[in-house]
Design a protein around this ligand. Structure first.
Ligand SMILES: Nc1nc2c(c(=O)[nH]1)N[C@H]1C(S)=C(S)[C@@H](COP(=O)(O)OP(=O)(O)OC[C@H]3O[C@@H](n4cnc5c(=O)[nH]c(N)nc54)[C@H](O)[C@@H]3O)O[C@H]1N2
Ligand SMILES: Nc1nc2c(c(=O)[nH]1)N[C@H]1C(S)=C(S)[C@@H](COP(=O)(O)OP(=O)(O)OC[C@H]3O[C@@H](n4cnc5c(=O)[nH]c(N)nc54)[C@H](O)[C@@H]3O)O[C@H]1N2
Ligand code: SF4
Ligand SMILES: [Mo]
Length: 881
């Protein structure tokens, strides 16, 4: 562990599957300076807003510091002995399938390897599944059907060598910002064409040459049209197709397909097919708009079919490219972390693979069939089949479909263990045993990114309190369960070597995942390991797969799949007429336990929202900034309405990030049915059906405080600010005593209160002072509160007078909501600069304010602000009109 203020250490960003290298320099007082690693092949020095703000998320506030049993702090011996006893007892009394693990694509490969070995080899069950079921399962299934194994054929270099990039169900600009920036940089040089296929307009459409706003769930119909178009246009590669089975059936299905479900015009489809036909070097990037669907695996195969048929795969600048979501989604697939996998891409149901792994592990028992996949795993927890469940590094009470049912199941399960870095999560609150995990900057291991590059994560901070690394906790539990030798790990290097050696077995079966070349690393070599792309074996090193036409099915050929359009499981009807799409925002990571700590990441979109098309808003009588209630038979959510043509009429979009901790009424997965893809078991997270109505509030409020608040209102949402916290509030019963509401909210009995009310308008304004400083303020009104939020958010701790006006005095500018999170530049600051400086382009704004010059993910937002301005519009009209 390096000491204070010392040299920079190379590590890897813990967020998206881009897998950017970071250079970390501890400041000696618990903080961290972070910059992009110029030598990492994934990012070459670039970072996005989330990566850059990592230093602001390593504080110890809210960290879980000691094991807890039934809410009481205890020591590791007691907690782990209890876990060992409960899991062994359950397995002995009710059979191995009475226990389960639910893991995460954010665990390190070493953590994952130990968990998989413990469950599959020693507890003897395959009831180990992960949040990758909600994320990558359809891609895994699609790859296996087409290639015979779960292989990503290409590399990131292909994104820069392509002449056409098609983004399917991927908001790359926000979710893989550094990859998006790499594409834009290459586009500057070679004029790469960019097509976005997404039912909604996203930031990724900003630079797109074509946006196909297809109907939800209709990707198979579109790619079937493309396959038929490739045939008609003479673009099939006869040579390459000699290595591919299934062309006839796939074409038959494609020609039988009807493009009507896409809702796209014939011209749009023809233009897309022509572009594909004309452009040899095509990369199709796909993500959750493809995977999270009841036809997810078919969508994947529909895309793979086109690349196989045209032979555009495994060559520079060509190929289907599944971008992974989580930092180690790929590593989890490598260790076999899913219920239907074994280890190192070997098959659970293949007896020679099973026997080989059993012998390698010295395992007493091995399951011979798949275990329960995520949705079924929680069902089994709820109905008593599962007696003991261990949840590690994931927050299923928020992120699983039918989240209320899942939360109830976790609660109902006889014995639930949760390993997390904080106790303040919706899932942790339901656990019997809570284990304090060491966080990202405190632990060593490896992760694999979207293009098969394995990178080291390195510890630079000491784990606080009793926190321990996940692999270490799991290995200790394994030893206490009675398997001392098999889990005798002292370092992650030991585990990595074992994993690498096991992959050599996979290689001997002719499988793709072989990193046996790394099996002999010394501790020093492991510590110094540079990023390396698998495979790493005597036979081959990194590179692309499949240019040679050799695949991993027994006959070495690829397989095209006949796929047919199926609509999403639920159809909008009179009761539930709207389609609810869900996804991510630029600056938050999932349930916000880490990104939510950084003020500058919370300023971009500080409140949960629902995007509604103006036509629907009109029908519902919903106006901008109203609250809207969405509901269906599974649950409900109350969100701030944003009226926008980004979504299609009949569609809604809501973000996934808010939780019981940050906005209890906005847990969006309470509305998502647990309908799954029959092939992959992946839930349809993007196509729920709901009804919507204006949520009638008697009062609205906005509050700022230098300390955490304890809102009691029917609706609330809190966010971090530089000065403390901000909250949106609303209630359905009239607010009779605003002062009491404020006092309860802020819990500062010692503070002096100043209050201003206007009973005609029904407005109340309350400020709390201490020693001449503003501590907190609350503004309430009968309608959405109109105050300068970003100005007020900066007030706690200041000695400003006149707070109760709710707007800044003339000399104090209101920066507006954060646009550029890297340099903390607000919308008003940018608008002001545009106006006063006559700025005409995103580049001008960058030169004047730095905004948009780092990660670039706010450049679309800046373009939008420019477009709002009369100068800019006039200039554009001159240019084009
Ligand atoms: N900022 C940020 N970045 C992240 C994450 C995060 O939490 N925050 N999470 C990471 C993780 S784990 C993942 S999995 C990735 C996800 O990355 P993405 O998949 O890019 O992100 P999403 O917003 O979930 O969904 C992508 C798009 O799918 C569209 N879509 C919905 N239905 C359909 C459909 O039927 N067809 C098509 N073609 N498109 C559809 C949605 O409108 C949405 O714009 O992001 C990773 N990166
Ligand atoms: N409706 C809808 N639902 C979705 C999605 C969607 O698009 N729409 N997307 C799905 C997808 S793709 C994904 S990947 C999931 C993500 O969903 P989750 O994995 O459930 O969400 P996270 O917030 O990433 O949860 C990670 C947890 O691990 C904890 N943690 C952080 N570091 C450590 C550590 O080092 N060790 C341990 N033990 N714990 C740690 C964090 O505090 C947090 O509680 O959500 C899925 N759910
Ligand atoms: S793109 Fe951003 S979130 Fe993803 S790995 Fe790179 S820095 Fe981290
Ligand atoms: Mo994900």
């Amino acid at each position: 562990m390096p000491g204070a203020g010392c040299k920079e250490t190379r590590s890897t960003c813990p967020y998206c599957g881009t897998g950017c290298g970071v250079l970390l320099r501890p400041d000696g007082v618990g903080g961290l300076a972070v910059r992009g690693d110029p030598d990492h092949p994934a990012n070459r020095g670039r970072l996005c807003s989330k990566g850059l703000a990592l230093g602001e998320t390593v504080g110890l506030q809210g960290r879980l510091l000691a094991p807890q049993v039934q809410g009481r702090e205890t020591d590791w011996d007691s907690a782990l002995d209890l876990i060992a006893a409960k899991f062994r007892q359950a397995a002995e009394q009710y059979g191995p399938d009475s226990v389960g693990f639910y893991l995460s694509g954010q665990m390190l490969t070493e953590d994952y390897y130990v968990a998989n070995k413990l469950m599959k080899g020693f507890l003897g069950s395959a009831n180990i599944d992960t949040n990758s079921r909600l994320c990558m399962a359809s891609t895994v299934a699609g790859h296996k059907r087409a290639f015979g194994t779960d292989t990503v054929p290409g590399t990131y270099d292909d994104l820069e060598q392509a002449d056409l990039i098609v983004l399917v169900g991927s908001n790359l600009a926000w979710c893989h910002p550094v990859l998006y920036q790499r594409i834009l940089a290459a586009r500057e040089k070679r004029g790469t064409k960019l097509v976005v296929i997404d039912p909604r307009r996203t930031a990724s459409c900003d630079q797109a040459d074509m946006h196909l706003k297809l109907r939800a769930g209709s990707d198979v119909a579109l790619f079937n049209r493309l396959l038929a178009g490739l045939y008609e246009g003479g673009a099939l590669d006869a040579d390459y197709l000699s290595n591919v089975n299934g062309l006839g059936e796939a074409l038959e299905a494609a020609f039988a397909a009807d493009a009507a479900p896409t809702g796209l015009s014939g011209n749009e489809i023809t233009a897309f097919c022509d572009l594909w036909l004309r452009t040899e070097k095509v990369v199709t990037i796909f993500s959750q708009g493809v995977n999270q669907s009841t036809s997810g695996a078919d969508k994947v195969n529909a895309i793979l079919n086109c690349h196989l048929a045209a032979g555009r795969i495994g060559k520079p600048g060509c190929g289907p490219f599944s971008v992974t979501g989580q930092p180690n989604a790929m590593g989890g697939r490598e260790v076999g972390g899913l219920a239907n996998m074994l280890a190192c891409h070997m098959d659970l149901e293949n007896s020679s693979h099973r026997d080989a792994v059993q012998e390698f592990w010295g395992a007493p028992a091995m399951p011979d069939r798949a275990g329960l996949k995520a949705v079924d795993l929680f069902r089994a927890a709820g109905d008593g089949r599962l007696k003991a469940l261990w949840i590690i590094h994931t927050n299923p009470a928020v992120t699983m479909p039918e989240a209320d049912v899942v939360a109830a199941a976790i609660k109902a399960c006889e014995f639930t263990v949760v390993s997390d870095i904080t106790a303040a999560t919706d899932t942790a609150r339901l656990a019997d045993v809570l284990l304090p995990a060491a966080a990202w900057a405190e632990k060593d291991g490896t992760v694999t990114n979207s293009d098969r590059t394995i990178s080291r994560q390195r510890a630079v901070l000491p784990p606080p309190g009793q926190a321990r690394a996940d692999w270490d906790i799991l290995a200790d539990a394994g030893r206490r369960m009675g398997w001392a030798k098999a889990f005798d790990y002292q370092t992650p290097a030991q585990i990595f070597r074992e994993h690498a050696a096991l992959s050599g077995l996979a290689g001997s079966f002719g499988l793709d995942f072989d990193i046996s070349g790394l099996g002999g690393l010394s501790i020093q070599e492991y510590d110094g390991m540079a990023p390396v792309r698998w495979p790493v074996s005597r036979a081959r090193q990194g590179g692309r797969f499949f240019a040679d036409g050799r695949f991993f099915h027994p006959d070495c050929k690829a397989r095209m799949m006949p796929v047919r359009h199926r609509a999403p499981a639920a159809t909008p009807d009179r009761r539930f007429p709207l389609r609810l799409n869900t996804g991510r925002i630029r600056d938050q990571w999932h349930t916000m336990t880490r990104t939510g700590q950084a003020a500058r990441l919370s300023g971009h979109l500080a409140e949960p929202f629902a995007d509604i098309h103006p036509q629907d808003a009109r029908k519902l009588g919903v106006e901008s900034a109203d609250l809207v209630r969405l509901h269906n038979t599974h649950g409900q959510a109350v969100l701030r309405a944003r009226i926008t043509t980004d979504v299609q009429p009949g569609d809604l979009f809501a973000p996934i990030h808010w939780t019981g901790e940050t906005a209890p009424s906005a847990r969006i997965d309470t509305l998502v049915a647990a309908a799954i893809d029959p092939v992959s078991g992946q839930p349809e997270s993007k196509a729920a059906v709901v009804a919507a109505e204006r949520w009638q509030a008697a009062w609205y409020g906005f509050a700022v405080s230098c300390r955490p608040m304890a809102p009691q209102a029917d609706y609330w949402a809190v966010a971090r600010t530089e000065a403390g916290y901000r909250a949106e509030l609303a209630g359905q019963a009239p607010l009779t005593d605003p002062e009491a509401t404020g006092r309860d909210l802020f819990a500062m009995p010692e503070a002096e209160v100043q209050m201003m009310t206007d009973s005609c308008k029904g407005i109340a304004r309350l400020a709390l002072f201490q020693d001449g400083e503003i501590m907190a303020a609350l503004f309430t009104a009968p309608g959405p509160v109109a105050v300068s939020r970003d100005y007020l958010a900066g007030l706690p701790g200041a000695s400003a007078a006149g707070v109760l006006t709710g707007v800044p005095a003339g000399d104090q500018p209101d920066p507006g909501p954060v646009v550029c999170a890297c340099f903390s530049v607000g919308a008003n600051t940018i608008l002001h600069a545009i106006e006063s400086g006559g700025l005409m382009s995103v580049g001008d704004v960058g030169a004047a304010l730095h905004a948009g010059t780092n990660c670039g993910s706010c450049r679309p937002d800046i373009a939008e602000l420019l477009a709002r301005h009369p100068f800019q519009q006039a200039a554009e009209q001159d240019g084009f009109g």
